[in-house]
Design a protein around this ligand. Structure first.
Ligand code: FES
Length: 112
């Protein structure tokens, strides 16, 4: 399956995603600059993405922990999700998300 990740600068990256991975891991392992500071424990919100509107209803609903973390994000909106809480699966083939600017690891960009 493939997912498209759009960085805050507008560049699109089409990534091959093994089934059953966390979306955050797919983004990180491709070397895209995502912070993901807690490593997927739903405890930092630095893996914040915005899901393309047409995909919102295809994702499983966020659990309470995820909602609590998103409440801490100042610019979260109805499309916001934690990418570490989205599991890749064939029914999400073609998923499109935007990496939120607060999840962008600027140090990784400068080091590249
Ligand atoms: S990596 Fe920390 S909440 Fe997703």
């Amino acid at each position: 399956m493939f997912v498209t990740v759009i960085l805050p600068d507008g560049k699109e990256h089409k990534l091959e995603a093994p089934e059953g991975w966390r979306l955050m891991e797919v983004i990180r392992d491709y070397g895209l600059p995502i912070k993901a500071e807690c490593g997927g424990a739903s405890a930092c919100a630095t893996c914040h993405v915005r899901v393309a509107p047409e995909w919102l209803n295809k994702l499983s609903a966020p659990h309470d922990e995820e909602m609590d973390m998103l409440d801490e994000v100042f610019d979260a909106d109805e499309r916001s999700r934690l990418s570490c809480q989205i599991l890749t699966s064939d029914n999400l083939d073609g998923l499109v998300v935007e990496l939120a600017s607060d999840a962008l690891d600027k140090a990784k960009i400068e080091a590249a």
